[in-house]
Ligand binder design. Structure first.
Ligand SMILES: [Zn+2]
Length: 113
């Protein structure tokens, strides 16, 4: 990885943690990890996209990666062809849409078209 790439990686990680107030989106505890909703290996071009990044604690990061049948319906794990900005994250803080701009929109279930 180039110096530029690792700089971009650190910046994206910091912005994701700031957006999520440093909290794990699954349990609300302190976040230690930033997880790629579309695994990096499947979508290298999306690895710095903020809508593709979620803050997690180490425990829940392992849970997400080891129980795809549960983490996928909650929006924590996506397919390579998915658009992360269009798929909500069912977090402990509510149902959230993550934007590519590093912001979050809370959506009300049932009010969707
Ligand atoms: Zn957690």
């Amino acid at each position: 990885m180039s110096v530029w790439e690792s700089h971009r990686g650190r910046l994206a990680r910091r912005r994701a943690l700031e957006r999520d107030d440093g909290r794990c989106l699954l349990c609300g505890n302190l976040a230690t990890d930033v997880h790629h909703r579309i695994p990096r290996s499947l979508a290298p071009a999306r690895k710095f996209d903020l809508d593709n990044l979620v803050s997690l604690c180490r425990w829940d990061h392992l849970w997400v990666e080891n129980t795809p049948e549960e983490s996928r319906p909650r929006g924590f794990l996506l397919h390579s062809w998915d658009d992360p900005a269009a798929i909500p994250v069912r977090s402990i803080f509510g149902v959230l849409m993550l934007t590519p701009y590093g912001t979050t929109q809370q959506i009300t279930e049932g009010a969707q078209p």
